[in-house]
Design a protein around this ligand. Sequence first.
Ligand code: HEM
Length: 364
Amino acid sequence: MASASRSFTRVLRSTPTASSTLRIPTARSSRLIFQQQVRRGYSSEAPKQAGSRNALLYGGIATAVFGGAGYFALGQQDSVNAVKAFTPSKEHYQEVYDAIAKRLVDEDQYDDGSYGPVLLRLAWHCSGTYDKATGTGGSHGATMRFAPESDHGANAGLAAARNFLEPIKAQFPWLTYSDLWTLAGVAAIQEMGGPNVPWRPGRADRDVSFCTPDGRLPDASQGQDHLRAIFYRMGFNDQEIVALSGAHALGRCHTDRSGFEGPWTFSPITLTNDYYKLLLSEKWNVRSWKGPKQFQDKGSKSLMMLPTDMALIKDKSFRPWVEKYAKDEGAFFADFANVVMTLFELGVPFESSEKDRLVLKRTE
Ligand code: HEM
């Protein structure tokens, strides 16, 4: 799928970028093309059946989660003899990855043809609450399962991603939500043609008392000072802020979620460096509409940028990184993989070491 979706993007990108000659595929037409390519990508391979092995592994025993997250009991069997320590291996996490990847293909009627972007947004929002000064927040806990965090304005719409993952959680009950959400973020990036993102398990789910206060995630209507305040709090620097923002090559804004509207690029379900290219190559005007202040490309009037996106080209320290990533997709992919890996690990008291990170295999 990755290579298929990638070549689709290449086709789009071979279109001249002069505004007057841009050809904009409609959401419907791009979805159809993408679906055909996705299906072709899978046609040579039978879907993997994880069920039988899982049934053996989980049938009525208590299991210990890799990284020492604890035990949980399945079924009614009397314990002591039946309890066997279960330490998931890389293979087990690969099964979870494959199940997410398969579900991404199966559920291809959503939005622009993939749940990938909203899965990545879920993984980022559960991690981006981290505060390095107090050690609170971060991906350890999956506290967005609970109100008030699930009702924070910044998290509007993420129930779609959480619900998408429920069948996966049911299929792999030994996995915590917090490991599942971040692993889904990794799968989304890789399956949408992005770089490999090393990942390791070890997050526990925590209760409602660990919900973070509202206001820890960025407010898109603000500028560079706000971006720095939010991301420095997590421990990131200027280069990392720009690299992370490249995720906006993916997905779109929804009026019923953030109030903003539209995609950033013409290929919202394939990760590319087009976000940076478009920031620099297009002329961006304030959109005239009833919604919040956002920017619109002069040429096609079908793309958008948020005020925080525009801050990346206005700010003297951010801009050189935008220029670098616009010129060099390889550099963007390398830095993006690194910074996303760090993001997804914020606030996690791992028992494993950095060399235990797994690179899970993407779908061919
Ligand atoms: C720099 C500060 C950021 C701001 C102000 C911001 C703001 C937003 C907003 C307003 C939306 C639209 C939500 C909707 O209406 O559905 C959005 C979507 C999205 N954001 Fe960000 N974001 C930021 C950083 C990030 C980061 C660091 C990532 C990931 C590494 C990310 C990934 C995404 C994705 C993939 C979507 C599309 C979701 C979808 O299509 O449903 N964003 N962001």
